[in-house]
Design a protein. Structure first.
Length: 365
């Protein structure tokens, strides 16, 4: 029996040590904040801070040493002192520790992840100041989740130091999350285009459409070398081929290369500005003549000469028929020479008749 009793005592001791003290066994310490309630004297009902020596300071009573006592024993001690000093004939006192409010936490796209002790009047701007959002933080969508799970999204970018509707007061246990900015859906058209830069992406957008939105291929652009970079891979397209095109995806990078060297064709003869005309892929003979100022009134457009670079012979091109739509325009090559000749002088029938008559009179006898 003695052994059994000893074992029971050991088991009780183990159980007592294995489980933490109950809520009513909380110890009051120096610096703690406590809430005192006295049923018989409501004027004593408020929060008190325990002094560094462990005393609670009460009106009418003075200092009572309760540091190191449990909540229950501290309550009994204060009640006994109220009766002892004959302030009350009976005192029902309850002392409870006031636990600190849960801190406000912050995380996300910030330099500093952490938390702030809660205090009355704490606002979002104080969290922003300490958290230091990074460049990728979306201040238009700051997410605040309460301790109960309620969530609100605040456009802090509108605060601007004065608009407190975008700088809300925070509550104990709030979690402030700085979200990363969402990337806009776009493609990038770069190089020799009218307006290089980002263009909005929509489902089904094609390579040619994106280039058109960017102002089209510039005069220095090489249509034969247009590349799409996607996830580190590059595909080159020759857009001088009418059927060449591609469907784009979000974040594609399009590069229109610059022609490696400037190329020209030369227009001479009966045009307003004889000289060189810059060559571009697809340029035709009629376009080159127009870029040289157009033909003079004396130009014989029905027998324009085209001399190819390094060619021995020349071609005769009826540009009149091209302009009238009766013949296809002739594409050029870099280095081509175009010569617009002068019209042959017209013969006057009266002058011819007079000359014949004169010859007859002089030599016809």
């Amino acid at each position: 029996m003695m052994k059994i009793a000893a074992l029971l005592l050991m088991l009780l001791a183990f159980v007592a040590g294995a489980f933490p003290a109950s809520a009513q066994d909380k110890i009051v310490k120096a610096g703690d904040k406590v809430k005192l309630t006295c049923e018989e004297e409501p004027s004593l009902n408020r929060e008190y801070t325990i002094t560094k020596d462990g005393y609670i300071l009460l009106s009418f009573v003075g200092a009572i040493q309760i540091g190191g006592n449990t909540e229950q024993s501290a309550s009994d001690k204060v009640a006994a002192e109220l009766v002892k000093q004959k302030i009350l004939s009976k005192a029902t006192v309850t002392i409870r520790l006031v636990l600190p409010d849960a801190p406000v936490k912050f995380a996300g796209a910030v330099v500093n992840v952490g938390e702030l002790p809660f205090k009355e009047g704490l606002r979002l701007v104080e969290v922003v100041r300490i958290a230091q959002p990074t460049e990728v933080a979306d201040l238009e969508r700051v997410e605040i989740t309460s301790a109960t799970g309620d969530k609100v999204v605040v456009n802090f970018a509108q605060f601007q130091g004065i608009r407190d509707e975008y700088n809300p007061a925070l509550r104990p246990g709030d979690i402030v999350m700085f979200l990363i900015k969402e990337k806009p859906k776009e493609v990038f058209v770069l190089g020799a285009v009218g307006n290089p830069g980002a263009q909005p992406w929509t489902e089904g957008l094609t390579l040619r459409q994106a280039i058109d939105r960017a102002g089209g291929v510039g005069t220095q652009g090489d249509k034969t070398r247009v590349s799409i970079e996607r996830e580190g891979k590059i595909v080159v397209y020759d857009l001088s081929i009418a059927s060449a095109d591609a469907v784009l995806v979000d974040q594609d990078r399009i590069m229109i290369e610059v022609v490696r060297e400037r190329r020209f064709v030369f227009v001479d003869g009966q045009v307003k500005r004889p000289g060189s005309v810059e060559f571009a892929q697809g340029k035709t003979i009629s376009q080159a003549i127009n870029e040289a100022g157009g033909p003079l009134g004396s130009a014989a457009m029905n027998r324009v000469k085209l001399v190819r670079k390094n060619a021995v012979t020349e071609e005769s091109v009826n540009v009149d028929r091209i302009n009238q739509g009766f013949a296809p325009d002739m594409p050029l090559l870099p280095g081509d020479n175009i010569i617009v000749p002068k019209k042959s002088p017209k013969l006057d029938p009266l002058k011819i008749g007079a000359g014949v008559l004169l010859m007859f009179l002089l030599f016809g006898r």
